[in-house]
Design a protein around this ligand. Sequence first.
Ligand code: AMP
Length: 218
Amino acid sequence: MIIALFGPPGSGKGTQAKFLIKNLNIPQLSTGDMLRESIRGGTSTGLEAKKFMDQGKLVPDEVMIGLIRDRIALQDCKNGFLLDGFPRTVAQAQALDDMFDSASLKLDHVISLLVSRKELVGRLSGRLVCSKCGASFHEISKPTKLAGICDVCGADVSKRADDRAEVVEARLETFTASTKPVEEYYRAKGKLREVDAQGSEMQVYQRITSVFGGALKG
Ligand code: AMP
């Protein structure tokens, strides 16, 4: 099964990805996580990417396409994978189609998570993320049991650098201008499945699993 989770920043891609990969037993390919890992490791890709991420802009297509091409060639992707945060431009979507064509692979579903702008801003402004396992919390609606400590793995949680109000605005603009057209690209191919992503995490997850027509345990 190859799935892409699509949606604006704060729509719950990371949270829903964690549920889905557990159920489907496939790896989560989060390009945002890969870039943050490169930044922590001080690699040249990380240093280059940081300049764009700090401004809420997209990292250039050729960097991202190379990153995903290398990642999906790894052994753990042989039985499928979940794309979280890729593709984010039509050029990335086209490059992905080319990669899949040459490897005789097929993208099964693109799940688009729909959330109002007001709700997105509220979610991002209070978001806390675990530095180690990536679990996501919220200062008000989903606080950690112990302040500053991840409920899942016990590592530190903190605000993401790009969840500052001014960067959030830029990221939402970037989504509308560059990423939203990707939705049309997949709609035209009959692959887009839109899901109302407001409500509890479990409600949203159940709506997503219903897209698979019972192929998931739920
Ligand atoms: P995310 O964790 O998915 O919100 O991504 C954080 C940031 O990483 C984005 O705001 C972009 O700057 C960058 N990024 C992640 N994925 C991509 C992508 N597919 N194309 C370009 N930039 C990306």
